[in-house]
Write a protein that binds this ligand. Structure first.
Ligand code: GLY
Length: 358
């Protein structure tokens, strides 16, 4: 078992994160230890409910089964969750529990943040992507026809319970999409300002076999490393005023690719990996990094055999990059590699980008 803690003074919350590989029904006891006699409403992803059943031992009316897919992450579904909470007379002492992947955590987290101006929240992430990224750090939200996550809040959970057994039933593509975010942490490690040096690039390079075969012990360690790095960033900059932007390494390009392919053709992690490759290529062309470091990145990415996204025409992708909610007036924000495992932020106008790619 590994345990970590997120302390954000402004959020007035201390959020423990427990990572273990106990049997899944043991989560019931772990949840009761936190919630005590208070009431709960669990938002559980349909897939997780089908595979693991009512592992939280809750009466039927206290379980909201969330249909799978990003299209469920909308205000209408959020309203249904809130209405169920109202019907159950939940008070601010009670809990919303999110058990599922990123979509489930984001929408249940958003509902928890607005229900009576904030009710307790427990995150139980069941995908690798949710374990290493979305369940930690307090970003919540829903999608609208204007874009993804445009309505949301920063709302820290009371606790994150991670059980690596859930990861055994992920299909290969879902597992790899999480690995896309894991690889991202390797290239930003030194910029995260964490007191511990994990050497994640080397760790990922040496342990690819154990990671890909989903060894519980290795996954526990890997998740702990990624979350430690994320905590280090989020504790310094919860609201993404500055440092937190480094967590978007590879994402400027990834979001554009996902948008241009209607979020259907590639998973988020596949797009992030392409975005990381683009960022390395860009930094090398600008003279920011040595060719040897670009090769290190390419070798590491090769080891994980991600689905390959073909090269794209920058002129087609640029307009989509500008639609990203992280774009700022006067330019597109890129996080690019600098020294080994470090990144820097740049704001660039079209011509500064096009001159390296046309
Ligand atoms: N997923 C990036 C962040 O939490 O800031």
């Amino acid at each position: 078992m590994q345990s970590l803690n997120v302390k954000i003074p402004a959020a007035e919350k201390n959020c423990p994160i427990i990572i273990d590989n106990n049997d899944i029904p043991a989560l019931y006891g772990e949840v009761v230890d936190i919630t005590g006699k208070n009431n709960c409403l669990a938002v559980i992803s349909e897939k997780v409910f089908k595979l693991y059943g009512n592992f939280l031992n809750l009466p039927k009316e206290r379980i909201f089964i969330l249909k799978d897919g990003e299209k469920e992450k909308n205000l209408k579904t959020c309203q249904k969750i809130l209405e169920r909470a109202l019907k159950l007379n939940l008070t601010r002492k009670d809990y919303i529990i999110a058990a599922g992947g990123g979509v489930c955590g984001d929408i249940a987290g958003f509902a928890a943040s607005v229900y009576m101006r904030g009710i307790h929240l427990i995150q139980i992430p069941t995908t690798l992507l949710a374990c290493v990224d979305s369940s930690v750090g307090g970003k919540t939200g829903v999608d609208t026809k204007w874009g993804k996550n445009l309505i949301g809040s920063f709302y820290q959970p009371d606790c994150v319970l991670i059980n690596t057994n859930f990861l055994k039933t992920l299909d290969d593509r879902q597992f790899k999409t999480g690995l896309g975010e894991v690889v991202k942490y390797a290239f930003i490690e030194k910029s995260c300002g964490c007191s511990e040096d994990f050497g994640l690039i080397n760790y990922l390079s040496l342990n690819s076999g154990k990671i890909l075969s989903r060894s519980s012990k290795t996954l526990e360690e890997l998740i702990k490393i990624c979350i430690s790095l994320k905590i280090s960033v989020v504790e310094k900059d919860e609201k993404e005023g500055n440092l937190r932007k480094i967590l978007n390494f590879g994402h400027t390009c990834a979001h554009a690719i996902e948008k241009l392919t209607n979020y259907r053709k590639y998973t988020h992690g596949e797009a992030v990996v392409k975005g990381i490759e683009f960022a390395f290529d860009f930094a090398y062309k600008r003279g920011d990094i040595l060719e040897s470091y670009k090769f290190v990145a390419e070798d590491l990415i090769k080891k994980y055999n991600f689905k390959k996204i073909p090269d794209f025409d920058i002129k087609k992708v640029l307009p989509a990059m500008k639609l990203d909610k992280k774009a700022e007036s006067g330019g597109i924000v890129f996080i690019l590699p600098s020294d080994c495992a470090s990144v820097k932020e740049y704001k660039m106008v079209d011509n500064e980008i096009l001159k390296y790619f046309c």
